[in-house]
Design a protein around this ligand. Structure first.
Ligand code: PMP
Length: 424
């Protein structure tokens, strides 16, 4: 007998002591008790290949010994002071981040979550431009605070019934009934229409380079350059939310690099701490200089999270995680495209690097959500954890730790083939 509570008791305690909004995947969810690089272990000792990485967080793997060592050493030396005293890890991290951030983006404000980073980015855009409003894309997800929830397009993540009316939503670069280029063109046209009517009120447009929760929506390579030109002409800032896409996930350090564009503000979180709560909004000299009124985050840039993030950046570089994501992403995508040829339920295969998704549709064109759940459950029982997202929750998401091996890709493709063959 183990000392673990076990799934049923955990579900009961969740009911008793958390909120009903806190949901979980799977009809029969395992209790996860341990992690080691690309693997998770449950209370019964079953090993799972983790192909979701806690939603794009553990890019360097679970309990990675090198990163753990940096966190523990720092914890033993100095755990917290707040930014009112001078400490070294935070400034060293900012310097290291500046060396990998695109273009002239150089200044970082550290905080603890993706929501907080985006909230800060929106505030910064207002301070710099003196304008109040924002444009955001349908199906986006930017956070849980009031303003970040207000710029979130996905209905399921807009819990507040009275969100701010300072946001105008436009179509994203995806439409099932159109080509990618057509959908992206329409998205830009819609942005131009909004700007024509109230461009002088708009501080910024916020967008994920690849929409994660929206269903791995991946705009064509020309999209963000054209978008930046339109915004620049009208004095509107471009905030790029790299919370889910950052730190090698797409085969480059930041996904926006695929689009050859330098945004005005970038937000980062998740994989920066590989599980430790750290995030930041980052910008260039000129925009940073406008933020002069006092501001501080109690735990933001704390020595432990900052030292961890430094170890993360070093690990990504020393272990070539960007190129691993690129190479294995190509192999995984090729395999998924082959499965698409075999199984008509796979309507679309999309994404870059190790941020891939397959959209499942029924024969009548409706979202195949029950089938998506059946596949997830089947794969879990076979020892593989995948993600699920999209407006209709019918997109299977492949976002593993970036330290996976080619054999892991083969295993996932083999088991997915088995799942699909049982379903179809
Ligand atoms: N932006 C994006 C793109 C995200 O995917 C998420 C979380 N899934 C957030 C922001 C919010 O991050 P957090 O949960 O850390 O507040």
């Amino acid at each position: 007998m183990s000392n673990y509570l076990g799934p049923e008791k955990i579900i009961q305690k969740k009911k008793d002591f958390l909120f009903p909004c806190s949901q979980h995947f799977y009809k029969k969810p395992p209790q996860i008790v341990g992690g080691k690089m690309q693997y998770l272990f449950d209370s019964q000792g079953i090993k799972y290949l983790d192909f979701f990485a806690g939603v794009s967080v553990v890019n360097c793997g679970h309990c990675n010994p090198d990163i753990l060592c940096a966190s523990i050493e720092q914890m033993k030396t100095l755990d917290h002071t707040s930014t009112i005293y001078l400490t070294e890890p935070m400034v060293n991290l900012a310097e290291k981040l500046a060396s990998v951030l695109p273009g002239d983006i150089k200044h970082s404000f550290f905080c603890c979550s993706g929501s907080e980073a985006n909230e800060g980015a929106l505030l910064l855009a207002r301070i710099y431009t003196g304008r109040n409003e924002f444009i955001s894309l349908n199906n986006s997800l930017h956070g849980r605070t009031y303003l970040t929830m207000s710029v979130t397009g996905l209905p399921m993540w807009r819990a507040d019934p009275i969100l701010s009316d300072c946001v105008t939503f436009v179509p994203n670069a995806y439409n099932k009934d159109k080509t990618l280029d057509e959908a992206a063109t329409e998205s830009l046209k819609a942005i131009e229409v909004v700007i024509a009517s109230k461009g002088d009120k708009i501080a910024a447009l916020i967008a994920e380079p690849v929409q994660g929760n929206g269903g791995i929506i991946t705009p064509p390579l020309w999209y963000f350059k054209k978008l930046k030109t339109i915004l620049e002409k009208n004095g509107i800032l471009l905030i790029i939310d790299e919370v889910q896409t950052g730190f090698g996930r797409t085969g480059k350090m930041f996904a926006i690099e695929h689009y050859d564009v330098v945004p005005d503000i970038i937000t980062v979180a998740k994989a920066l701490g590989n599980g430790m709560p750290i995030s930041a909004f980052c910008t260039n000299d000129k925009i940073a200089a406008s933020f002069t009124s006092a501001s501080a985050s109690t735990l933001g840039g704390n020595p432990v999270t900052a030292s961890t993030a430094i170890a993360v950046l070093d690990y990504i570089k020393e272990n070539n995680l960007c190129s691993n994501a690129q190479i294995l992403g190509i192999k995984l995508k090729k395999g998924l495209l082959e499965l698409k040829e075999k199984y008509p339920i796979i309507y679309d295969v999309r994404g870059i690097g190790l941020m891939l998704g397959i959209e499942l549709l029924k024969e009548n064109g409706e979202p195949a959500l029950e089938e998506a759940d059946l596949i997830l459950e089947f794969l879990k029982n076979e020892g593989i954890l995948l993600g699920k997202n999209g407006l209709d929750r019918n997109v299977l998401a492949f976002q593993p730790p970036l330290i996976i091996k080619e054999s892991d890709v083969h295993l996932v493709l083999e088991k997915l083939n088995l799942a699909l063959s049982k379903l179809c």
